[in-house]
Ligand binder design. Structure first.
Ligand code: GDP
Length: 206
């Protein structure tokens, strides 16, 4: 899955532009600046595929990536797609933009039968914030399976990682749609990337 180069196929500003349901999809969500683009780049092994440091809060699109070499025609569908969801929690985002985000993401999650799991990225330095909790409320309400991925673990002390994992796990206990394992990653150091690939490869078979 991750040995080929991946390509961007489309940006989806509203649900009518979604590709027809086909291969299993895995989506990524997280606060602006959480390290989502860096993680997707590390995952698919191509730099600059998902734009890093895009203007926070601006791109309100679901960005679709697939392994290269598939026409997308019937009979030649890719084995899976990755969907980069717009970042949230940008301090200066006006309320109507937040509402738009919520509507796009919630409608997508609820209506997409091929969406297998959402990976929710949390910055290791900050832990779960109020707007992350809000997104988890949405995911639980949509009965959408999700798994937490800690990012930028190289930015905290190594000894703090197991503690952060167990704190996060206990916060997830009362959440019905949360997967009871957390993956700790550093895109910078390449840590946790193969673990995340394995988890994704399993999730698309569910
Ligand atoms: P996005 O807004 O969630 O897509 O975040 P980006 O991937 O653009 O990353 C935001 C900032 O965090 C950039 O300056 C990245 O270089 C930095 N960053 C991302 N991942 C890591 C990481 O694993 N370790 C460190 N130290 N910095 C990271």
């Amino acid at each position: 899955l991750f040995s080929k180069p991946w390509v961007f196929i489309r940006g989806v500003p509203s649900l009518k532009f979604l590709p027809p349901e086909g291969p299993p999809e895995i989506a990524f969500a997280g606060r602006s600046n959480v390290g989502k683009s860096s993680l997707i780049n590390a995952l698919v092994g191509v730099n600059g595929l998902a734009r890093t440091s895009n203007t926070p809060g601006r791109t309100q699109e679901l960005n679709y990536f697939v392994p290269s070499g598939y026409s997308g025609d019937e009979g030649d569908l890719p084995p899976m797609a990755l969907v980069d969801m717009p970042g949230y929690g940008y301090a200066k985002a006006p309320k109507d933009q937040v509402d738009l985000w919520t509507k796009l993401v919630f409608d997508y999650m609820r209506g997409r039968s091929t969406l297998k799991r959402v990976y929710l990225l949390i910055d290791s330095r900050h832990g779960l914030k109020k707007n992350d909790e809000g997104v988890m409320d949405l995911l639980d309400k949509a009965a959408m399976s999700y798994q937490v991925v800690l990012t930028k673990t190289d930015k905290i002390k190594a000894a703090g990682v197991p503690r952060l994992i167990s704190e996060t796990l206990s916060a997830l206990k009362r959440r019905p749609a949360a997967y009871p394992e957390v993956i700790a990653t550093s895109s910078e150091k390449g840590e946790g990337i193969s673990e995340l690939r394995t988890a994704i490869a399993l999730a698309i078979t569910l």
